[in-house]
Design a binder for this molecule. Structure first.
Ligand code: PLP
Length: 399
């Protein structure tokens, strides 16, 4: 249990992450490199701790979106390769990336120019992966641009074009994905014909990795599977994954409330019977009840989302948010507050103030203020745990 003084915390089971890694390796050919994606603080699990664990287990290549994320890992002592997905647009950042041996994605000719200039000022090898646009339209080079960038950068002996990659837009759509793949391979062979043989080729994220083995090439970029989730979409679940993440809290108040009373702001819920109402110190400030408000994936998805919201409005117990206390689920009632929420317990429930509650907060939306506790039974490297819980936040701990 965490130290007194914490009324909410996250427990991360390092053994579960390790076990997910072992599962992934079962369908990963030995000559295919795993690039562990630890962006967005390793999807909420803590990038430093996750990278350290995977590094201790043989992963030598990591990826993040931004320079700041890469430097955090470097400053924590990670010796492995770290690549950026996002382009660097100013020369100071480019310089910092090269100085810290961070692998740079080039997505435009302009960036190649900035890099060229930065690499000449430093006497250090800059490692580059070319990002190819194939249908996501986020960033990337088209065929001609890729060729121009190769010609331009190959003139600089301080620049090593080590990799080439693309990213799939919709892996559940086989036709679209095959089309993207074909385009990518076409760019790769064009460059090869022009004399640019780039060693590391990659295009698979978790979904592509699971669905299309011919797209593994010689590296795959995996994030979602490591964090214990199967990607969205219908396909055979081939791996036995474990969720390493639990958001926990404690009850800070329990009061009996009689049938017919309204709960919370705006009278959105009226008690159907006498009950005990528990308060948990977790609100939308912490990430509870937050959702990503992206457009639905087509009309059917829109209907599904709307139906679920409607059923939740009618208080259908299947679609109501629930917390877990002593192994049982109880409904959250009324609107979630900024820093609190209400839970309905039956009168006979043997639950007290101080009891632990498991709260369904989305990992990537959890506030950074909530401390993480790492649990491991095994050998968590330099975390110094022997069957104990280890407390670690951010990057204070070295690798
Ligand atoms: C996030 C990301 C990944 C990892 O995707 P998962 O589906 O989480 O495995 C791979 N490549 C790029 C470019 C990404 O942005």
């Amino acid at each position: 249990m965490p130290a007194p003084g914490y009324d909410k915390w996250i427990e991360i089971d390092l053994d579960a992450i390790k076990s997910n890694f072992t599962e992934i390796k079962k369908i990963l050919d030995e000559d295919v490199r795993l690039i562990a994606v630890v962006k967005a603080d390793a999807y909420g699990h803590g990038a430093v701790a996750v990278a350290q664990l995977l590094y201790n287990n043989g992963v030598d290549f990591f990826a993040v979106s931004y320079l700041e994320e890469a430097l955090k890992l470097r400053n924590a002592g990670l010796k492995a390769s770290i690549m950026l997905f996002c382009p660097l647009i100013d020369s100071e950042d480019m310089k910092q990336a090269v100085e810290n041996n961070v692998v740079i994605s080039i997505t435009s000719y302009k960036e190649a120019e900035i890099l060229n200039e930065a690499a000449m000022r430093l006497n250090k090898m800059a490692r580059v992966h070319l990002k190819i646009e194939s249908g996501l339209h986020r960033f990337g080079l088209n065929e001609e641009e890729a060729l121009e960038v190769c010609r331009y950068l190959s003139g600089n002996p301080c620049i090593y074009i080590e990799g080439i990659y693309t990213h799939m837009a919709y892996a559940a759509d086989e036709k679209y994905t095959e089309k993207q793949f074909k385009h990518f391979m076409q760019v790769v062979s064009r460059l090869e014909r022009e004399g640019f043989d780039i060693p590391i080729k990659h295009c698979a994220n978790s979904t592509v990795f699971l669905r299309y083995s011919h797209m593994h090439l010689n590296a795959v970029r995996i994030g979602t599977l490591l964090s214990g989730q199967h990607p969205l979409g219908k396909f055979e679940k081939r791996l036995n994954l474990k969720d390493p993440y639990k958001f926990k809290s404690r009850i800070i108040s329990i009061k009996e409330v009689s049938k017919g009373s309204y709960l919370g702001y705006f009278k959105t819920y009226r008690l159907k019977k006498d009950a005990k109402i528990a308060v948990i110190p977790v609100g939308f400030r912490d990430g509870l009840a937050l959702e990503v408000a992206n457009p639905p994936v087509g009309f059917i998805d829109f209907l599904k989302i709307t139906a679920k919201r409607f059923l939740a409005y009618l208080n259908d117990p299947r679609y109501c948010m629930k917390v877990k206390i002593k192994g049982k689920l109880y409904p959250v009632r009324g609107k979630v507050f900024m820093q609190m929420a209400l839970v309905e317990l039956p009168l006979e429930a043997e639950i007290d103030v101080g009891d632990e509650v498991e709260v369904p907060v989305r990992k990537t939306l959890t506030s950074d203020n909530v401390p993480r506790f790492y649990i491991s039974q095994g050998e968590p490297g330099k975390l110094e745990a022997d069957n104990r819980m280890v407390y670690l936040t951010g990057s204070e701990e070295g690798l």
